[in-house]
Unconditional design. Sequence first.
Lengths: 326, 216
Amino acid sequence: MSSLRQMSASEQIGLLFLILFGLLILITLGGLLYSLKAGERSQAAEDNWRQFRRDLNATWAGSCLFWVAWVSGALGATLLFGVLSFLALREFITLMQTRRADHRSLILAFFCILPLQYILVGTRHFDIFSVLIPVYGFLAIPVASALADDPQRFLERNAKIQWGIMVCVYGLSHAPALLLLDFKGYEGRGAFLLFFLVLVVGIAQIVQEVASRSLRRRPVARRISRSFSLRAWVGGLLAAALTGTLLYWITPFKAGQALVMAVVAAGSGTMGGLVMKALKRDAGVVYWGNRSSITGAVGLLDRIAVLCFAAPVFFHSVRWYFKNNL
Amino acid sequence: MSVADFTGLFLAWLARLITGAQGHWKGCPPTAEQRIYFANHQSHFDWVLIWAALPRELRARTRPIAARDYWTSSPLKSWLTAAVFNAIYVSRTRTTPDEDPLEPLVEALEAGDSLVIFPEGTRSSKGEPQAFKAGLYHLAEQFPQVELIPTWIDNVQRVMPKGEVVPVPILCTVTFGEPLRRVPGEDKREFLARARAAVMAQRPMQQERNGTETAR
């Protein structure tokens, strides 16, 4: 491990992508061989196979995005995540019932707050970046709404828009912030932090999903999610902790600290996933997109919601850590 | 590529960015058949949405209707309608009592073009479309070989409500239904009622949203 630590940042990153894409190619080849194997498969196996292929495609897309974000530098990463934010917020707002009077607030959210937030990330103004939406946006949206002169369901409508911005813009903007934040003694290696975060959260989610299928425990919140059980959740956290510890050499942390960080990130991500499920139930849908009956969305929010919750918590933990330790 | 073509592509891209402009071909495939698409009308954005939902090769021969007095009042408006969208101009006021306002539409159909019409005549904001005007009936009578496609545009009133200029990004769908059957001997009123019902039948299912949401 020490030889890995002595490599330069760009060498380490090259190695990281080599490993990532190597693994993905191996898995895809394995899947290809499996699909070539003739023979009858049961319905359940067929469903699992389809699910696996969907997840694999999403992982490919995510990895390529990650690579593009890294290669294109500050501007590219900011733009890329900005567009993702835009699409996610579009999906979120579509399924929330808004009224005519919300028009101005929505314009403010989409065309002022969102670009401003990403400009602040791109230009590395991290102090104002972390308060723009919770402080200034928090006030600006209801003001725009009040000026529209429609008292009906005022609080509810504003809460929905605020929530959408917090999750889709504020949360997600912390992903490029991780790429761009230069910590003392850890310059130019922000990609590792983002990679660490995505991998740890992803593993936690997959393990939790698999565990909840095989364990068949009583769900904690049956009406929100039939699959979310405490035992499966803890299983996911354990897997994340293990992954995080094994990956400690790419982070600035020591092994024990990496473990804690992994648990923090995975915990907030998976819990955020549960919250997102509750929100979907409230809106009366199962997926965010992919249903021809309401919208033509691609279900982007389903994929990135977990990251939206994990990224800010992880980001601020890391920042706090660096302030205290270096 | 001319400036007009480029503007057209840009507008279609913009519509997709803002609304998704997903076309759902539920009742008919997107083929180069000669057709009249008739749809509900809630916003100025409606035409662009249908147009963006069409495959690119169908766009050139599918033409909107534009009111002559409004859409030729400035050079930009007339360039947009004539060069980019290849619109058919109709007059809202008759200069002579026996001038037929449908005349330009008939010419276009005879030339083999497809049309997009909004039979309500004006934009409605009530959710349900208003009663249809008779134009659709007369065109259907004169051109029995042209397919009549009922079309429902969903959610667009949220993108750009009446009186607003800047659109808000919200996903919209355009649903194309089965071609409307011709019933021999049907009178005008029955035909128009049936056409309106066919458009409303293309509304996306709302059963998954809970009751209060639907009611609002």
